[in-house]
Design a protein around this ligand. Sequence first.
Ligand SMILES: [Zn+2]
Length: 90
Amino acid sequence: MVRRALRSRSLRRIKVKVPGGRVVTHYKRRKPSPAKCGGCGAVLKGIARERPRKMQNIPKTRKRPQRPYGGVLCSKCARVLLKEKVKSLG
Ligand SMILES: [Zn+2]
């Protein structure tokens, strides 16, 4: 039986085929929940879903879309907000 700390269901079990041809189980931490829009709560697209340590090694362009409010608001909410801002200026 596998050691006690690895019996938890909070770890995901990944079947990996090793060079010898055997299939072994690897235990990994689960991914965090996806990023949500600050306006409507929809799941944000184009954002990597990884643990903080792995996020450090991911390029910035994979962490959020390159536009104002990218990674904070979804495209629909950002568009509405920017339109409101333009209206208030003129
Ligand atoms: Zn939204």
